[in-house]
Design a protein around this ligand. Structure first.
Ligand code: BDR
Ligand code: CA
Length: 312
């Protein structure tokens, strides 16, 4: 499988990159950074650092959108550390980002490889939205898309109702869900919150002496320290690697087709995902039909946590 990765490293993004880089059946063709956990230029530098650690010295990394489509930039260093890597960034990466934007990179690669590339979006959807504006045929030029984010039937994480990647750019997310991608999978908090890294798993990782495992372990130490401060327990939700693992092996989850809309105006609910779970057969008398006419996405609804952690 050949993939374009869109990402905001970020602790869990970095774990996902390390996983993907180690898979013989996955080729990371290019990486785009996006604002989110840290600003887009810092996210690109971090992606280059993680690729260095993974030994991938030729994968291009393009800097993506510097701000959301319709709101001010908000980043979440309080979760991921001032450097986005839990204080583990270290020296500058071995090379510089590519000379084009992440959105242009997606469009250029999709046009050059029609029907071949899968897009894995692990951050806010600003670059993906911009790419669909640049190239309206994008949904049919990509093989498939997997999006990490949103909360369908569970609370949000950054606000009571919104998950971080949707909250960082609700307009971009809504545009992407309205773009008609025929093969889109959504890995939301509904499953990531059930696939937590427990202390035994983190301890086992810390025992592995390779530089990659030691780096991953140091990132997780920062992350579980944050969980301990914020929630009073160390077991932490490693969102992005779950999407990466499900990309490689979709059989580790179950799915349901849903139409998704993003709440754009709610005072307390901006960035919330709206889905209609009502199973109505005849909706002709109903006025409010959120997402009417949109292409459904395949949303993961349950996951085999043990198999996921073992694979990772
Ligand atoms: C998402 O938000 C970010 O903090 C993580 O990297 C992940 O992509 C989870 O809500
Ligand atoms: Ca992320």
């Amino acid at each position: 499988m050949r993939i374009i990765l869109d990402t905001d490293p970020g602790i869990d993004d970095s774990l996902a990159i390390l996983f993907l880089a180690a898979q013989p059946d996955i080729e990371i063709v290019a990486v785009g950074s996006v604002h989110g956990n840290v600003p887009a230029p810092a996210a690109a530098e971090n992606a280059l650092r993680v690729l260095d650690i993974a030994g991938l010295h030729n994968v291009p990394v393009a800097v993506g959108a510097h701000r959301p489509l319709a709101q001010e930039l908000r980043t979440t260093e309080f979760v991921h550390g001032a450097d986005g890597l839990g204080g583990q960034a270290g020296p500058a990466p071995s090379r510089r980002p590519a000379g084009i934007s992440a959105a242009e990179q997606i469009v250029t690669l999709a046009r050059a490889n029609p029907g071949e590339l899968t897009l894995l979006a692990l951050g806010p959807l600003t670059n993906v939205a911009l790419a669909t504006l640049l190239e309206p045929r994008l949904p049919h030029l990509l093989r498939s898309v997997m999006v990490l984010g949103g909360a369908l039937g569970v609370p949000g994480n950054v606000t009571t109702h919104a998950e971080a990647n949707m909250w960082h750019d609700p307009e971009a997310a809504d545009l992407v869900f309205d773009s008609g991608f025929p093969d889109m999978t959504l890995v939301s908090l509904d499953v990531t919150e059930k696939a937590r890294a427990d202390e035994a798993w983190m301890a086992a990782l810390a025992e592995i002496s390779t530089p990659r495992a030691q780096f991953a372990s140091a990132l997780l130490k920062h992350y579980s320290d944050f969980y301990s401060r914020m929630f009073g327990f160390r077991t932490c939700t490693i969102h992005d690697p779950l999407a990466a693992v499900l990309l490689q092996d979709p059989t580790l989850a179950e799915y349901k087709e849903v139409v998704v809309t993003v709440e754009l105006r709610g005072t307390h609910t901006r960035g919330q995902l709206i889905t209609d779970w009502r199973n109505i057969v005849d909706d002709s008398d109903i006025e409010s039909k959120a997402g009417q006419g949109r292409t459904p996405v395949r949303a993961a609804t349950s996951v085999n946590t043990e198999a996921f952690l073992t694979r990772l």
